[in-house]
Design a binder for this molecule. Structure first.
Ligand code: AMP
Length: 434
């Protein structure tokens, strides 16, 4: 199927061509016609499936089809998403796909001054992308008016719940009009989301791509059993492999992320961390350096990594296994995006074995164990019950890390890396029909 077969307007088709998209992904094929019909929708899609375009393309088209010809611009489409990074990326997508229209899109999020966002809003916007807290703040201050929205999109609903945004979401729901089209996207459908959608959506169509437990087939997964104190050495040893072009390393905590960066620095491997305690500027800088390949190793916590969208990320490394198995699927989904291959490496110490069991149960497969490395697991005791000294490597440097040199590609048209624009404002236009 081609985008033309989905009755998409010429101006949008032109923009999609600029992005290098040749054909719709499965979620786009399913969701676009339903949204264009004006129906409510629940989209159950894991990361990297093209879900942003699945809602952004038809949203733009619906706004174009029913233009508001009089009065000041007012917000007609509202997209609520959990993190700043994700909000910026969604805005980037709207910006790209609406490049040949006169629609205006703006993004608002917390942690930065609201003044530039206010100025942008004052000029009038059609599409607003927002994180929940800042949205409620600006609505309370009468800076944002969402009474007139026609399309309401809740993105990454499960993550919003995880991050404790439920009260903010409830508040937003009291502020949007009853009559509207609602789209809810979530990678998983925990009972709380199912309950929320039952009250929020009217006769919704459910579209779903691969279930979250079926990890993207194009990703190669490897497991390294290692003692906790040796993880840093194993990471350094693995990263010495120059075939690893870009690695996103996951830790469970912010402190853990900072620690890994310091440990790598001692090994002369430059890395940067992104997490909630870093300033917005520092996060953006690290992210853009990682995207443009001047930074090879980025260390992130799950929440900070949520919005990272990088084409052709070759490796994801789980320095620590996540507490919930679904998070493992989200993490490794950072590589293998939109059909690209990639490699996911996981470290597992004695205490993490139960977490590994949960993951393998969810993904219905055993992760391939790499035995041949210099820091094999030796302490088969829970960490708190042993005071054994750090285990010496058995056969230092004897084997090459078990990493794939080139991800196998089942390549979707390569999409351009998004540039590091200043978030919040959309000032220039490629071309408008105004
Ligand atoms: P998402 O799942 O929305 O985070 O999208 C993942 C990546 O796929 C993004 O980098 C998009 O630019 C890219 N993408 C989305 N739709 C298509 C498409 N139809 N063809 C090629 N790449 C796409």
């Amino acid at each position: 199927m081609k985008f033309e077969d989905l009755a998409i307007e010429k101006s949008i088709l032109k923009a999609l061509k600029d992005e290098g998209y040749e054909r719709p992904t499965p979620i786009q094929e399913q969701a676009i016609p339903v949204i264009l019909e004006g129906r409510d929708l629940i989209g159950c899609a894991q990361t990297g499936t093209g879900k942003t375009a699945a809602f952004a393309i038809p949203t733009i088209q619906r706004l174009l089809q029913e233009p508001k010809t009089f009065g000041k611009r007012q917000i007609r489409a509202l997209i609520v998403t959990p993190t700043r990074e994700l909000a910026i990326q969604i805005q980037d997508s709207f910006y790209a796909y609406s490049a040949y229209t006169n629609l205006r899109c703006c993004v608002i999020f917390g942690g930065v001054s609201q003044v530039p966002q206010e100025e942008e809003l004052r000029q009038g916007v059609d599409i607003l992308v927002a994180t929940p807290g800042r949205l409620n703040d600006l609505v309370s201050q009468n800076i944002v008016n969402i009474h007139g929205i026609e399309i309401f999109i809740l993105d990454e609903a499960d993550r919003m719940l995880d991050m404790g945004f439920i009260h903010d979401i409830r508040k937003i729901l009291t502020r949007v009009p009853e009559e509207k089209q609602t789209l809810l996207f979530s990678a998983t459908m925990p009972p709380a989301i199912a309950k929320m959608s039952a009250t929020l959506l009217k006769n919704p169509v459910k579209v779903e791509t691969a279930v979250v437990s079926s990890t993207v087939d194009s990703i190669e997964q490897y497991l390294y059993y290692v003692d906790k104190p040796n993880k840093k050495h194993l990471l350094g040893w693995i990263l010495k492999d120059k075939d690893i072009e870009s690695a996103l390393v996951f830790t469970r905590t912010k402190h853990g992320a900072d620690r890994v960066v310091k440990q790598l620095a001692k090994l002369k491997i430059s890395a940067q961390a992104i997490h909630g305690d870093k300033s917005q500027g520092a996060r953006q800088r690290a992210l853009s350096e990682f995207k443009n390949r001047t930074l090879r190793v980025l260390v992130a916590t799950d929440i900070a990594a949520r919005g990272i969208d990088i084409d052709e990320l070759s490796h994801v490394i789980n320095y620590e296994l996540p507490n919930t198995p679904e998070t493992y699927v989200h993490r490794i989904g950072r590589t293998g995006r939109a059909g690209l291959g990639g490699t996911a490496i996981s470290f597992c110490d004695f205490d993490e074995k139960p977490l590994l069991q949960d993951i393998e149960k969810l993904i219905h497969k055993k992760i391939e164990i790499v035995q041949d490395h210099p820091y094999p697991l030796q302490n088969n005791f829970p960490a708190e019950k042993t005071t054994q000294p750090r285990v010496k490597p058995q056969a230092k440097e004897k084997a090459q890390p078990r990493v794939k040199s080139q991800p196998k590609v089942n390549k979707q048209p390569q999409t351009k890396l998004k540039t590091n624009r200043q978030p919040g404002v959309r000032t220039d236009r490629k071309k408008t029909n105004q």
